[in-house]
Design a protein around this ligand. Structure first.
Ligand SMILES: Cc1ncc(COP(=O)(O)O)c(C=O)c1O
Length: 391
């Protein structure tokens, strides 16, 4: 076990279900699994929202493969397209005008659709896919697992110096370290996929609407509904959007309509909550920001006290969405072991804290990635246990 899986969705068999035990009652025996990025932190918000998102789908509904035959992405439910556009306009985090929306089974499927769409079908060599270290640990396996003749993983974007076409994956804010990012290769013949899964106000300041050619988003990190498996791409170029649609048709003949309708409902409730100024408790981004602020403060206090670890420092920026200066509060903590400790993941595993090893992100084993998005109970135990570590 441990940092075993590359996928964020990996569920540890050794991770017991949700409990409310404290560390003292638990005797330090419970395995705290913060390896994956499962966004269960949002569960409480949605419990409080009660039946607002309840959706009844009758047996006769959602039967056809087709959703909107007039649309380039003919399996996109129009309601979902409308709610995605409305939310981006409200938050101001992405330009939606003159963009095609391609829906996918999570942004994981869209990422592969993008690689397929951006690689020429008849090149003599597979296209190089790069991302700068530390990069999201799923990029390498997702690129290579089918041993495609179209594209192949070529590692760290910072050291890519071949005179050939490439695709650069830019994650901003970045998973694992939380920093805002720009492309680094900047050579001719390159295209960029902007993975903006975390460009939402609970994680970072919204400084301007992202205006890139190919942008990926997901409900997993925006509303916390990772299990609904809905992501979307905003794509400027019509031919690229067509090829991404073609990939999804070949791969899964579209995307679950039931999931799309549920995602549309949930995103709509998020937008309504943001607009309802009378009831701040229904404002998902405010809820998320508050919780992340508190968690990051507690984590920094524990890390400062221990003297064994360190965390990145982030710049503050003016957030257009909340109209004030806010700090970056990433969905993951990129924790470094200081001094002679070379393998941070093993050290923490020895204390029954499961994290993801820095080497899975192309970085040093001195680092681990820790999910900040788990339930309160798990996070509380984590802080208690981390604070008690002595060498
Ligand atoms: C940067 C990044 N991109 C994509 C994904 C995948 O998201 P989805 O659940 O939509 O497949 C994740 C999930 O952790 C992520 O961190």
């Amino acid at each position: 076990m441990g940092g075993g899986s590359d996928q964020d969705a990996h569920v540890s068999k050794s991770s017991p279900s949700w409990t409310t035990r404290t560390e003292a009652e638990d005797g330090g025996t419970r395995v705290i699994n913060l390896d994956h990025g499962d966004p269960t932190m949002f569960e409480r918000f949605w419990q409080k929202m009660g039946d607002k998102c309840t959706l009844v789908i009758s047996g006769w509904q959602s039967i056809s493969y087709f959703s909107d035959v007039g649309n380039l992405c003919w399996f996109l439910e129009p309601e979902l397209g409308r709610e995605i556009t409305r939310l981006h306009q409200l938050v101001g985090n992405a330009v939606t005008e003159d963009r095609h929306i391609v829906v996918g089974t999570g942004s994981t499927q869209l990422l592969q659709a993008a690689l397929y769409a951006l690689s020429p079908p008849d090149a003599s060599e597979p296209m190089s896919v790069v991302s700068s270290v530390p990069y999201y640990s799923s990029y390498q396996p997702l690129t290579n697992y089918l041993k495609s003749g179209l594209y192949k993983w070529a590692g760290d974007a910072c050291s890519f110096n071949r005179d050939e076409p490439y695709i650069e994956l830019v994650t901003s804010p970045n998973n694992p370290d939380g920093f805002m990012r720009q492309p680094v290769v900047n050579r001719s013949g390159g295209t960029v996929v902007h993975d903006l899964a975390y460009y939402w106000p609970m994680y970072t300041a919204i400084t301007s609407p992202a205006d890139n050619d190919l942008m990926l988003f997901t409900v997993s990190k925006c509303t916390g509904h990772a299990g609904t498996r809905i992501g979307w791409a905003l794509v400027k170029d019509k031919e690229v959007a067509k090829k991404m649609t073609e990939f999804i048709v070949l791969n899964t003949i579209g995307v679950s309509k039931d999931s799309q309708l549920r995602a549309a409902k949930i995103i709509g409730v998020v937008s309504d909550g943001c607009q309802n100024l009378d009831n701040p408790d229904e404002h998902l981004f405010q809820y998320g920001r508050r919780l992340m602020t508190e968690r990051w403060k507690r984590l920094r206090d524990a890390v400062n006290q221990s003297g064994l670890f360190s965390l990145p420092d982030f710049p503050s920026n003016f957030c257009n969405y909340v109209s004030e200066v806010t700090e970056i509060q990433p969905a993951f903590a990129w924790l470094k072991c200081e001094g002679d400790i070379e393998d941070c993941e093993s050290l923490l595993r020895g204390h029954k804290i499961l994290t993801r090893n820095g080497k899975q992100f192309g970085a040093s084993t001195k680092y681990v990635r820790v999910s900040m998005l788990d339930r309160d109970e798990t996070f509380d135990l984590f802080i208690e246990r981390l604070s008690s570590i002595r060498l």
